[in-house]
Design a protein around this ligand. Structure first.
Ligand code: 6A9
Length: 762
C-alpha cells in the first residue's frame, strides 16, 4: 500500500507500483537466505558502517580522530577532503567477512568484520569488528607517546532506548558497553575486549536524524575541550538515548575487538561462550580462516594466478572486495518530477515514489554511495560469478522499483543519509527519462550459463523461477522503451529528454543514455536516431526471447520477440538506417563571462560525424558478421592511434572529432569526450574476444588487438592503483592517469573480469 500523506485522491500512474507479484517475495529470498544476509557492512558512505536489511535498523559505525597539520579531524563519512591516502576493502565476501585497510596520514587503521550464526537465538546471528590502529612512528620508536582515539557507536533508527553496560570502565575481562532490545532480533549486547590500558568514555544522544551524528560527537568533544581542556566524550547521556557513542583511546599501537550478540536474555552462559569465540585469539583464527576461504574462492572464480603477477592479483582482490563491501541497503522514497498536467494541492513540484528498499552495489563510496540503474548491470557482470544469489537479490530489488508504466528511476536517492549527499538539482527523477537497460546484460549471461550447465541444480531452479516471475516486468520495461523512446523511422529509437532550448551547452547533454556529454545531434529533435539505444533494444528483446524460450509457452510475445530481435540485428537494415542528426557548426564565444553557443550554419539533417563509443555499439552487440569487411573497418577505428587507440585503453571519443575534449559549458569539462571508461572498454574487449574465437578472415587481427588492449587496460589500472591507492572513475587518455571520482569501484572493477578473461557468453 502507498503511504503518502500528500497524495491526490487518485494515485498518479507514475507512483503506482507495477501490478505483479514482487520478486522479493519469492521463496528463494526468504528463510535462511534472508537471515544470512541480515547484518552487513551495508552503509557504504561511511568508512565503516553496519546495519541490517530492514527499514529502521540498529546501526553501528566507526569514527576516529586523524591528525593533520597538528590539528585533530573527525573521520566518519567517506569524503575526499579527508585525504586518506588509501582505504577500501582488500577482501570482502559479501556475506560474513571483510577486511579493510585505511591510511590516514601516519595512522594505519585496519577494520575487520566477521559474522557468525550465534546459537540461533537472535535473528541474523552475531557479529564482530576488530579495530587495529598503528602509526608509522610507533613502528620506528619504542617511545609510544601518541594516543589514538576511536569512536564506535550504535544507534537505533527505530528510536528504541539503549542502556549503558554496567562495568563499562573495567576492561580487564572484556566489558559490556551497551544493551538493548528490538522486535526483530530480541535482546542484544555490545561488548568490548582489548588490553587493560584501553580507556573508555561515552556519550548518549537522542535524535531521529542519525545522519548528523558527526556533528553531535564534534559538539560534545568541543564542549569538553573548552571546559576541561581534555579530549574525551562527556560520560553523560540524555535519558533514554537511542544513540550511544563509545570513545576508545589508548597509546598507539592498539587493538580493540567489539562483539555484538543478539537474542540474549535467555541463556546467559552461552553469551559468554559466543563472546569469547568472537574476540581475542579465537577471532584472530576465524579471520584467518575466512581470509584463506576468500583467497581460494577468488582463485576458483577468476583463475588469475597462472595468468598474472601478484601485483595484479592484489588489485583483482580489491576490485571484488570493494564491489561486495560497497553493497548497501537503502530505504526511502524517491522524488519524482511531476508529469505534465498533474496538479498538486500543496504546490510541491514533485511526487513521492512509494517507500521502497534497495539492496544494491554503488559506483563510489565517497561520491555516489547510492544506486544507479545502468551502473548496476555492469556491477552484476562481476557479482554473479562470485555469488549468484546476491546477484539475483540485487536484481530483484531493482525490478521491484518498476512503476505501472514499466519505468524504473535512474538514480536512487533513498533516505536522509543518501539525500544528504546529493546536490538539489540532481534529486528529482524524471519519468520521461530512461537509462540503458543493462540488467539484461547479466540476465542474458545467466541464461547462457544455465544452458551450459554452469550452475548446480538448485541454483538453476532458483534462477529459473526468478526469470519466470521477472518476465512480465522485463516485458513492461522493454515496452516502456519501445513506446516512449521510439523514433520516427521504423525500428529507430532516440533518448528522449534532451534540452531543446539551451543556448549554453555546446552540444546538449543526453544524461539518460549514461554517456552524458557524448556528442549527438547539435539540435535535439524527433528526427534523431541513436545507435546505442537501438542496440540496447536489441539486447533487451534478444534476452526476452531467450527467457520466453526457457519457459516454452509462457509468453505469447515469444514469436514477436524473436522477429524483433531478428529485425534489430539485421545488419543490412542497420546500415541503411544508421544515425542521423541535425548537423550545424557550433562555436564558442566568450561574451562577458559566460560561454554561449553560437550557431554558425542553418541546421540540416546529416549523419553524425563523430566516432567513439557509440559508433562501436553494433560491434559490442556482435551484430557485425565475422566475414564482413565492416568488421575490418571497425578494427581500423579501434586500433588507430589518431582515432581511439591509446596505450591505456580506448578513448570515448575520437581524437579527430571536433568535440574531442571540448568543454560543454564553462563549468562542465569534457567527461565522455575523450577519457577512457572501463565499462565500454570491457564490452569492446569482450567483442574482440568473440571475434578472435569465431572463424573468419579477421580472426587473427581481432586476436592481436584483443591481447594488446587487454594488456594496456590491466597495466594502467594496476599501475594507478599501486601509485594512488584507488581504482578510479575514468582514466585520462593522454597519460593514463586516474580521473574523476576515486574509490570508484563501480564498473572499473570489471578489470578483474578482464584479468581473468571472463566474458559471460563465451
Ligand atoms: C552528481 C554529485 C558529491 C556519471 O556512476 C554514476 C553515473 C553514471 O551512471 C553515468 O553514466 N556517473 C556517468 O556519466 C556519476 C553521476 C553522478 C550524478 C550526481 C552528484 C555529488 O557529489
Amino acid at each position: 500500500r502507498l503511504v503518502n500523506p500528500d497524495q491526490e485522491p487518485e494515485t498518479p500512474r507514475v507512483i503506482t507500483p507495477f501490478p505483479a507479484p514482487k520478486l522479493m517475495d519469492l521463496p528463494m529470498f526468504q528463510g535462511e537466505h534472508k537471515e544470512s544476509l541480515y547484518w552487513g557492512t551495508y552503509r557504504p558512505h561511511v568508512y565503516l558502517g553496519i546495519r541490517a536489511r530492514t527499514p529502521r535498523s540498529l546501526v553501528a559505525g566507526l569514527m576516529w580522530l586523524g591528525v593533520k597539520d597538528g590539528r585533530y579531524h573527525l573521520r566518519h563519512v567517506c569524503q575526499d577532503s579527508d585525504e586518506l591516502s588509501k582505504y577500501g576493502w582488500s577482501r570482502h565476501n559479501g556475506h560474513d567477512f571483510g577486511h579493510q585497510l585505511l591510511v590516514d596520514q601516519d595512522l594505519t587503521l585496519e577494520t575487520s568484520f566477521l559474522k557468525s550464526k550465534g546459537d540461533g537465538s537472535g535473528y541474523g546471528g552475531d557479529w564482530a569488528v576488530r579495530l587495529d590502529l598503528q602509526s608509522e612512528e610507533s613502528r620506528w620508536t619504542n617511545d609510544m607517546q601518541r594516543t589514538g582515539y576511536l569512536f564506535f557507536y550504535v544507534a537505533d533508527e527505530d528510536g528504541n532506548a539503549l542502556s549503558l553496560g554496567r562495568d563499562m570502565f573495567d576492561i580487564h575481562e572484556g566489558s559490556l558497553l551497551a544493551i538493548g532490545s528490538r522486535a526483530d532480533i530480541g535482546g542484544w549486547q555490545l561488548h568490548l575486549k582489548g588490553m587493560e590500558s584501553l580507556e573508555v568514555h561515552y556519550s548518549g544522544f537522542r535524535t531521529p536524524h542519525i545522519h548528523n551524528l558527526s556533528d553531535l560527537v564534534l559538539e560534545n568533544l568541543a564542549a569538553q575541550a573548552a571546559m576541561f581542556n581534555r579530549l574525551q566524550l562527556s560520560d553523560t547521556s540524555v535519558s533514554s538515548p537511542n544513540i550511544l557513542v563509545f570513545q576508545i583511546s589508548a597509546r598507539i599501537p592498539f587493538k580493540a575487538d567489539i562483539a555484538f550478540v543478539s537474542g540474549t536474555g535467555v541463556k546467559t552462559s552461552r553469551v559468554e561462550e559466543r563472546l569469547s569465540s568472537l574476540t581475542g585469539t579465537s577471532l584472530t583464527s576465524l579471520l584467518k580462516e575466512k581470509q584463506s576461504e576468500f583467497d581460494a574462492k577468488f582463485e576458483n572464480c577468476f583463475k588469475m594466478a597462472a595468468k598474472l603477477d601478484s601485483e595484479s592479483v592484489v588489485v583483482g582482490k580489491a576490485a571484488i572486495g570493494n564491489m561486495l563491501g560497497g553493497i548497501g541497503y537503502f530505504y526511502g522514497q524517491s522524488k519524482v518530477s511531476l508529469p505534465k498536467n498533474t496538479k498538486l494541492k500543496n504546490h510541491d513540484n514533485f511526487l513521492l515514489y512509494w517507500p521502497a528498499e534497495l539492496y544494491t552495489a554503488v559506483p563510489s563510496r565517497p561520491f555516489f554511495p547510492r544506486g544507479f540503474l545502468w551502473d548496476e548491470g555492469f556491477h552484476q557482470l562481476l557479482i554473479w560469478h562470485w555469488d549468484v544469489r546476491i546477484c539475483l537479490d540485487i536484481l530483484g530489488h531493482w525490478l521491484d522499483l518498476m512503476n505501472t508504466d514499466g519505468w524504473i528511476p535512474r538514480e536512487q536517492i533513498l533516505g536522509a543519509e543518501a539525500l544528504s549527499k546529493v546536490p538539489e538539482e540532481f534529486v528529482l527523477q524524471h519519468p520521461t527519462n530512461g537509462n540503458p537497460p543493462t540488467l539484461f546484460l547479466v540476465l542474458r549471461e545467466l541464461i547462457y550459463a544455465i544452458k551450459k550447465n554452469k550452475f548446480t541444480a538448485t541454483e538453476s531452479n532458483e534462477i529459473s523461477s526468478f526469470l519466470e516471475r521477472a518476465l512480465v516486468r522485463l516485458e513492461a520495461w522493454f515496452q516502456w522503451f519501445n513506446t516512449t523512446q521510439s523514433g520516427k523511422e521504423r525500428s529507430s529509437y532516440f533518448w528522449h529528454g534532451r534540452d531543446t532550448t539551451t543556448i549554453r551547452e555546446l552540444n546538449p547533454k543526453t544524461l539518460s543514455s549514461g554517456l552524458d556529454d557524448y556528442p549527438r545531434a547539435s539540435h535535439p529533435s524527433e528526427e534523431e536516431r541513436h545507435l546505442d539505444l537501438r542496440c540496447w533494444m536489441l539486447l533487451a528483446v534478444d534476452s526476452l526471447h531467450s527467457i520466453a524460450e526457457l519457459f516454452e509457452s509462457s509468453s505469447e510475445h515469444k514469436k514477436e520477440y524473436g522477429s524483433t530481435a531478428t529485425l534489430l540485428s539485421d545488419f543490412k537494415i542497420l546500415n541503411q538506417v544508421r544515425l542521423s542528426w541535425k548537423e550545424i557548426k557550433v562555436g564558442n564565444n566568450y561574451p562577458a563571462r559566460e560561454l554561449v553557443r553560437e550557431v554558425l550554419e542553418k541546421p540540416e539533417l546529416r549523419l553524425v560525424p563523430h566516432v567513439g563509443y557509440v559508433s562501436l555499439f553494433p560491434f559490442m552487440e556482435k551484430i557485425i558478421p565475422p566475414d564482413s569487411w565492416i568488421l575490418d573497418k571497425q578494427l581500423d577505428l579501434i586500433s588507430n592511434r589518431s582515432i581511439l587507440w591509446t596505450d591505456y585503453g580506448l578513448r570515448s571519443l575520437a581524437k579527430t572529432s571536433s568535440l574531442y575534449m571540448k568543454h560543454n559549458t564553462e563549468h562542465d569539462p569534457p567527461y565522455w569526450r575523450g577519457p577512457i571508461w572501463m565499462n565500454m572498454n570491457y564490452r569492446i574487449l569482450a567483442a574482440l574476444y568473440y571475434y578472435s574465437q569465431v572463424n573468419g578472415p579477421y580472426r587473427e587481427r581481432a586476436e592481436v588487438i584483443y591481447d594488446k588492449l587487454r594488456g594496456n587496460l590491466i597495466r594502467n589500472v594496476v599501475r594507478n592503483y599501486h601509485q594512488t591507492g584507488f581504482l578510479w572513475e575514468q582514466y585520462d587518455q593522454k597519460k593514463g592517469k586516474g580521473k574523476g571520482a576515486r574509490l570508484f569501484t563501480g564498473w572499473t572493477a570489471l578489470v578483474l573480469l578482464i584479468m581473468g578473461e571472463v566474458y559471460g557468453e563465451t
